[in-house]
Design a protein around this ligand. Sequence first.
Ligand code: ADP
Length: 583
Amino acid sequence: MQRNAALSDARGWLALFVRQAINTFQSIASEDPSGDKHMDLFGQMMYAPLLLSSLLQQAARHSSKVEIVSRRVEGDIHRYTYRDCHIRAMQLANALTAHGIEAGDRIGTLAWNGYRHMELYYGVSGIGAVCHTINPRLFTEQIAYIINHAQDRFVCFDMSFAPLVEQIAHQCPLVEKWIMLCDERALPETFPVPLLSYETLIGAQPQEFDWPRFDEQRAAVLCYTSGTTGNPKGVLYSHRSLSLMAYGSALPDTLCLSSTDTVAPVVPMFHVNAWGLPFSAPLVGAKLVLPGAKLDGESLWTLFEQEGVTFSAGVPTIWLGLVDYMRRAGKHSTHFKRAIVGGSACPPQLASSLRELGIKAVHAWGMTELSPLGTVCSPSHDYQDKSAEEQKCIDAKQGRVVPGIDLKIVGSGGAELPWDGKSAGDLMARGHWVLDRYYGAGQTALEDGWFSTGDVATIDPDGYMQITDRSKDVIKSGGEWISSIELEHVAMSHPEVESAACIGCEHPKWDERPVLIVVKRAGSTLSAQQLLAYYEGKVARWWIPDDVVFVPEMPLTATGKLQKLVLKQRFGRHLVDAAKPSA
Ligand code: ADP
């Protein structure tokens, strides 16, 4: 007994001694020079800033033989490897440094998806300068505006944009060098401003470059919004934000990218980072196929077949073109299995047409301010238990968040709305690759830490988000909201409709009523009455549009989206004018 008591006494003293020793050690370890004893204990792992250069470097080392294939504006196919791309990006980095480009300087690009654009993405950002991708489909005044606003020192452009550069060069006095993405022989003999060829610029440069290590929060890429209202606004992405998006977007429930994929970004590298694919493809070591300027159905099909493309991303218009060609030519997909559809709502008809051709349409949503990836419609854990009809409804939604992004919907007073799949409200986003403030703006664009996307959406209990409208396109009839997107989907499912837009037109009694603007398929004799009758039983009766206006073509924005503002300007008073007795 006595022996036991002595033993337990000794153990008690030992425990007390050990505890005191640990406390003393911890307080010494956590004491900082200012005497603060509450400093955090940091992890003791290697630190490497998230820099874009490391993505290409990784691909060059670990996927060195994987190809980047480009259809050039010169007309031929160019092919090389990630290793070659890295070498030329280092030559570019050396050239820019030799020409006095410093960290923070902006270099503009006016280029299609191609290997030289890829080198610019990495060579420019790798030295800490900013790759400013310019959308050549903007109005020329807007292009000049953003080059001046961004204060681009150099602008690099594809040969096919030479006529555009001729028009704007004199409006951009701050640009020191205009660099044409070609070799010396292809330079035009006369041009309003001095030109440098890209190949000459980088050709004689050393093939080694020690990528600098700097703060991952530094700017890497600048992209301006389309500016459908007012001047375009700049969104300045950081190395950290783009790297994190690359990691998040490659995940299985996001784009599910792997080294066995052959990835063809049809979405342009001149707008919102081609949805991050120039970063996520090298991250996983996937083969890249860059389609250049030819984006019609036949050109895409031929390239995809030749190169064994398995995965691609584009706006609905692109896929409509591909479906149209494949049907006419009696083609069925062999390798190409997944098409990301985003930028505007994917009409259900398009998804089923692609399915019939052996291609799965995966719906995604995003915007310039979200770098752009926000949601992807991938199956949740109980998707397989749902009925075919329920699965179809889910597939039509814009999807669940990419990990790293958070969403909420709010009502008019700012209160959060329930995730019941019915309540529609303003969609707010936050996360690692969401804008804080526009380039050059003094103030944050956030409201209580959330970015207001300008979209109206529902979110269901499984987290699937569905856009019902752009807030400025919502049709308010008698105080109730009508979803223009849903009405467009119905019209688009009619076999004789090529494209459809639904706008709110002024109405003396209901404030606004929906009117359909439609482009018919060639040879169609479809009448307004027939199309309106087609809505019966498909939507609530009071949602059925009041009229249909047939037009030969739709006005499209710089990124190929319907330009509803133009339609509203043209047809906004259609119902009021139609009601007036003719003189
Ligand atoms: P812009 O430069 O015109 O702003 P963005 O590419 O940033 O071009 O456009 C973002 C907007 O496009 C979103 O806010 C949304 O309204 C629309 N959009 C994008 N993807 C989808 C989608 N899958 N379904 C419906 N609308 C979409």
